[in-house]
Design a protein around this ligand. Structure first.
Ligand code: NOJ
Length: 730
């Protein structure tokens, strides 16, 4: 066994990152110089939000003019700038995840950051690495990217890099174990150390490696201590082991005590008071605690230094825009139009995130059908407007965002009906619309049409809003509004029934798939403002579908082996979530993790695994000990497009750890590469494997360990469509 990393377990003093890891050293020297000019009261001010709705953003820190520090604006959220108008409403994290396209992940992050900066937002509250999504019905899974830590981690890193390159500070949230909405403010997520490292912490480690400047501690308890008061989490794991250089900000009112949070390693209290009750746990209370010695001067200095360093790290001390013309609290009116050409990236993700699940006899792409019936309320924009419901808290009209704080105002929403109608006009196709979920109306529209497209959905969100009986988490994995009945009614009368699904996460599709006349199923995710345009690109074939499922679709809900906990959650499933569970327990999924059809077929050949080299020596660096990230092997393969249309394929690499490792999932994603190929063309997919990718977490040693022996290497088109197998040995 090669022990790769013995984490430093000393009280957090930021270790300056090595060259190439961003310029934290320079940020810290500026922060230290500025700190020397501040009184304790000013330092406490940096660490304490001004109070709920007391500033223009959802979170605000008062300005300190003597050091040029502005009123700091922290604003949601992960898919667009919340409450502002004339912003881009991007596809949600989950649909970004289903593109498996790191370039689009970066571009989306960059566009988000550009809009935030132009609006004077200093800290954008995203991306979401937790919930990871271990429970399929959990309300906020759609805000994150995938329940696979590697895919989520790549999306986190690329989003953070894109946002911060645009100049805004990113905030990786919610740290950690906020895997459901029910009782999120009181339950304990009891997560074993190995499980935490290999699943839940992994995406955060990637964000830290990408130099994220802030991390938001979550509402729940972890191992019986509140996340924002948990020294092992905030100081031990995050600041020491992951060498996080930035600051920990509380989720809104997730702080519970004055000294407990401070001494655990929390650095910034938001919104400051408890949602407007004027009860500040920090502020004067923190000042008193420092005077009395229950919080050390060093800890206060460290909080303030970290906050200043994050601001300097992004160069926000130089000519940063101020929030002008809009606030969160006046209905979001005014403010500059910051959309630029970002609808292009929004459309690309809406398009490339679509997963084609079923396509019998090439039912798709559509080829100038004589007549088309579009059925279901999900085909149209909410008749009261796309922003009619506060924080998108209703499931009326086409679903393009879940609900809660992770939403923004739609500048417009192109629904499927809008985009298909335009396309149909150019084709001479007659379109009939049945814009309700009425089965009789749907059947009568479908009966007369050559092709029927039924639109159904499934929504979820944050627990402060209840929609149709769902208090955040979904009630089950069935389509909403009796979607199964609607599809059945249509399929009973139309032999070419196509089902388009907008969903926050997996659904049980057995009823729909049992209908012979359902010839195609299109999984259109949570697509944002460009919903209809992205859909038209795929269903009419100007682009071949290239999305792959970022989670498993089961035959029955119980197959997942995880459910909403009514009390504390002991994470007894351990490492076996989603496909790791289906593989381990030998359960056949309906559509496996990583699955997605194309309008072409691909062949795989020429697997070259090479050999494993030893990692170099390691030193502490953001993300963990530096040699964890050394590439120790590179696997390559050839992928060839055998069909007649250009298309992209997401080639995936899974590993099986050697038998010398402790019991582990049979397959774990450790690489993917998306390749665009012209018809008939071939290309090379590359999977660089880092030392961490070939290691397991050894709790006893407190280290990642690369086991000796033979690693199984599986390369294929999904987690179960493995085309090439090989091995790598230590
Ligand atoms: C609570 C949510 O959990 C978090 O994601 C959000 O950033 C804050 N509220 C602020 O709105």
């Amino acid at each position: 066994m090669k022990s790769l990393a013995i984490p430093l377990l000393v009280y957090a003093t930021p270790v300056f990152a090595a060259a190439g890891d961003g310029d934290w050293a320079s940020a810290y020297s500026k922060a230290t110089a500025a700190l020397a000019k501040l009184s304790n009261s000013q330092k406490v001010g940096l660490a304490t939000g001004v109070g709920w709705q007391k500033g223009g953003c959802v979170g605000n820190i008062a300005a300190i003019s003597s050091i040029g520090f502005p009123e700091l604006c922290l604003q949601d959220g992960p898919l667009g700038v919340r409450y502002a108008q004339q912003v881009t409403a991007f596809p949600a994290g989950i649909t970004t995840g289903s593109t498996w396209d790191t370039g689009l992940m970066y571009s989306r992050g960059n566009a988000l950051g550009t809009e935030s900066k132009a609006l004077g937002v200093h800290v954008q509250l995203g991306p979401v690495g937790g919930p990871l999504g271990k429970i399929p019905v959990a309300g906020r899974n759609w805000e994150g990217f995938s329940n696979d830590p590697y895919l989520s981690g790549m999306a986190m890193a690329n989003t953070v890099a894109g946002m911060q390159a645009a100049g805004v500070q990113a905030c990786a949230k919610h740290y950690i174990g906020n895997e459901q909405e029910l009782n999120r403010g009181s339950m304990s997520a009891n997560i074993a150390d190995r499980t935490n490292h290999e699943l839940y912490l992994w995406p955060f480690a990637e964000a830290v490696r990408a130099n994220v400047t802030s991390v938001m501690c979550s509402y729940n308890k972890v191992n019986s201590s509140y996340a924002c008061e948990n020294e092992a989490l905030l100081t031990g794991l995050l600041k020491d082991e992951l060498d996080f250089q930035g600051y920990v900000v509380s989720d809104w009112a997730a702080q519970h005590t004055t000294t407990g949070s401070a001494n655990a390693g929390m650095d910034m209290a938001m919104p400051g008071d408890n949602f407007g009750d004027n009860n500040f746990l920090w502020g004067q209370n923190l000042l008193n605690a420092v005077s009395s010695g229950s919080v050390s001067q060093a800890r206060l200095d460290n909080m303030a230094t970290r906050i200043l360093a994050g601001w300097y790290f992004l160069g926000q001390d130089q000519g940063y825009p101020t929030q002008t013309g809009w606030t969160s609290w006046n209905g979001g009116g005014g403010g500059p139009n910051v959309q630029g050409d970002h609808k292009t990236v929004a459309r690309a993700i809406a398009r490339d995130g679509i997963v084609l699940l079923k396509n019998e006899n090439n039912a798709l792409p559509l080829n100038k059908p004589a007549s088309l019936a579009l059925i279901g309320q999900d085909a149209i924009v909410n008749p009261s407007g796309p922003n009619a419901c506060t924080d998108r808290g209703c499931d009326t009209g086409t679903l393009a965002m879940g609900w809660g704080s992770g939403t923004c105002q739609f500048p417009y929403l192109t629904a499927p009906y809008d985009a298909i109608k335009s396309k149909a006009a150019t084709d001479g196709t007659t379109v009939t619309l049945s814009n309700t979920d009425s089965t009789s109306a749907g059947a009568s529209a479908a009966g007369a049409a050559a092709t029927a497209i039924v639109f159904i959905n499934s929504d979820s969100g944050e627990g402060y809003i209840t929609v149709e009986g769902a208090a955040g988490d979904r009630l089950n994995l069935n389509p909403w509004h009796s979607g199964n009945a609607l599809v059945t009614a249509v399929a009973n009368v139309n032999k070419k029934t196509i089902v388009v699904i907008h969903s926050v996460g997996p659904l049980i599709l057995e009823t729909i798939l049992a209908l012979d006349n359902v010839v195609a199923v299109v999984w259109a995710g949570i697509p944002g403002q460009e919903s209809g345009n992205g859909l038209v690109d795929v269903i009419y074939g100007s682009t071949s579908p290239s999305g792959k499922l970022p989670y498993t679709i089961a035959k029955q809900q119980s197959d997942y082996g995880t459910a909403i906990a009514s009390g504390d959650d002991n994470y007894s499933e351990g490492l076996y979530i989603d496909y790791r569970n289906f593989d381990h327990a030998n359960i056949e999924p309906r559509y496996e993790f990583g699955f997605g059809l194309s309008y072409t077929t691909f062949s795989y050949s020429n697997l070259v695994t090479g050999s494993i080299t030893s990692p170099g020596s390691g030193s502490s660096a953001p993300g963990g000990v530096s040699n964890l990230w050394d590439v120790v092997a590179t696997v390559t393969a050839t992928v060839t497009n055998n069909g007649t249309v250009a298309a992209a394929e997401v080639a995936q690499l899974y590993i099986g750890l050697p038998s010398s490792a402790p019991a582990s999932p049979p397959k774990q994603l450790r690489g993917f590469d998306k390749l665009s190929l012209e018809a008939g063309a071939g290309g090379t997919v590359r999977f660089p494997l880092r030392a961490k990718d070939l290691s397991y977490w050894n709790s006893a040693a407190g280290a990642w360990v690369m086991p000796t022996g033979t690693f199984n290497i599986y390369v294929g088109s999904s987690s179960r469509d493995i085309r090439l197998t090989g091995s790598l040995s230590t």
